[in-house]
Design a protein around this ligand. Structure first.
Ligand SMILES: Cc1ncc(COP(=O)(O)O)c(C=O)c1O
Length: 410
């Protein structure tokens, strides 16, 4: 097939004239293809799917009922622009009840259509060509991708066990620091499942002041905290002077497809990001914002979601430990991040986590997500579909039976 006349017109940021010609397959696409292949080849074998990164539950019934009610109200029909004040009030109320953080809902909070778009827009607020964004790896890459779109650079901060999966801020070269505008953090961290500490955040605030860096803390998974109490960056004295935190109802409230979240923190940054947002979208449907208020105002919902995923993670950790994996209970998120096996007892050798993950899918119908950015690891998600606790136990028993047969070697 010949190229369309505009092939040479694609912007360099997406590959220029080579756009669409790469034969590299993105890892999640590889997993999808492997799943399809194994389901066709072994229809008799159940797929044990620890690969999905999305909540398995529907939004709570009270939230769905509020939505059904609001959808029929004429006053909700229009452009929402930067959001309704009631949502900002509810988000500020939640920040206060959940984390003890006090915010001015008029100036220090703004809704967003999920946290992903806010992470995509924040580089527009700060990044000029040549500026640097510090991004932790492995991690959620969106702010880094958009940094590059604006001509900026990404400097990767590896998260390693020996540093408690916190970035080593002292190891960043002075030349990079001089050009750094943004530090993007994400705690509880996806995919490592680690939580931050007050002491770490204190060091981050000091670092930000010393180097003139703005901090963006992605708190998408924060409701799912198992180690200690959920911690907001903004709860640490001085944090509001140096940045913002981005929150989401996707994970903690089972509202992943509803596309609603908020950013909060320093008034000037909130305003600037809201300005960019106002020039990018016209706000989330007001009915969704109102349904989200019902969610935020119901303290039982985060407790329920957290308890469910904590229970599932504990079962997973126990099962994997029995099968030889070196892993411990994550501090947060619905992911378990564990060193990938190097091979199997029958002599198979995996050159990296991706090879281990492909083997597990193709040969044993066990789906995981590989991460090779900071040492070979597998991510197991507990968002699998299971109707009740008995079904969860059955799934664990099936995984244990298969992994025992495989005899992974570490
Ligand atoms: C770390 C992290 N941040 C942000 C997001 C985006 O979430 P949402 O746009 O649904 O709020 C995700 C989703 O997977 C995530 O894992």
């Amino acid at each position: 097939m010949s190229d369309p006349y505009f092939q040479s017109r694609f912007a360099e940021r997406i590959g220029g004239a080579n756009y669409g010609k790469s034969t590299d397959i993105y890892k999640f696409e590889k997993i999808k293809r492997a799943k399809r292949a194994v389901l066709a080849a072994h229809p008799e074998r159940s797929l044990l799917d620890f690969g999905i990164g999305e909540n398995d539950g529907m939004a709570p019934e009270v939230v769905r009922r509020r939505m059904a009610d609001e959808i029929a109200r004429p006053e909700n029909r229009g452009y929402a622009d930067n959001g309704i004040q009631e949502f900002k009030d509810a988000a500020a109320g939640f920040m206060h009840r959940f984390f003890g953080v006090t915010l001015d809902p008029a100036t220090e909070v703004n809704h967003c259509i999920g946290s992903k778009p806010a992470l995509a827009m924040i580089p527009a607020v700060f990044v000029n060509p040549g500026d640097v964004t510090l991004m932790t790896v492995p991690g959620y890459p969106v702010a880094g991708t958009h940094t590059r779109y604006y001509g900026g650079e990404v400097y990767r901060l590896p998260l390693r066990r020996e540093n408690h999966y916190l970035p080593d801020l002292d190891a960043i070269p002075a030349e990079v620091l001089r050009r750094t505008k943004l530090l993007v953090l994400n705690y509880p961290n996806s995919p490592t499942g680690k939580v931050a500490t007050v002491d770490f955040y204190r060091r981050v605030i000091d670092f930000a002041h010393r180097h003139g860096v703005v901090v963006v803390q992605d708190a998408a998974h924060t409701v799912l905290t198992y180690e200690g109490e959920p911690l907001s960056f903004l709860a640490v004295p001085g944090a509001k002077e140096v940045g913002i935190e981005i929150h989401s109802l996707s994970k903690g409230f089972d509202m992943i497809g509803w596309r609603i979240g908020w950013f909060c923190g320093h008034e000037r940054i909130v305003r600037a990001l809201a300005d960019v947002k106002d020039n990018s979208d016209s706000g989330q449907f007001i009915a969704v914002q109102k349904a989200a208020i019902t969610a935020l105002d119901d303290p039982a919902i985060p407790v329920r979601t957290r308890q469910k995923y904590e229970r599932r993670l504990r079962k997973l950790v126990a099962m994997l430990q029995q099968c030889g994996f070196t892993c411990e209970m994550p501090g947060g998120t619905y992911f378990l991040y564990s060193p990938a096996p190097k091979g199997t007892a029958d002599g198979r050798v995996f050159e990296n986590a991706e090879a281990a993950s492909q083997y597990l899918i193709h040969e044993h119908s066990i789906v995981t997500v590989p991460w090779d950015d900071a040492g070979p690891h597998l991510r197991f998600s507990v968002t699998y579909e299971a109707a009740d606790e008995a079904a969860e136990d059955q799934l664990m028993a099936a995984a244990k039976e298969r992994l025992t047969r495989i005899q992974p070697v570490f």
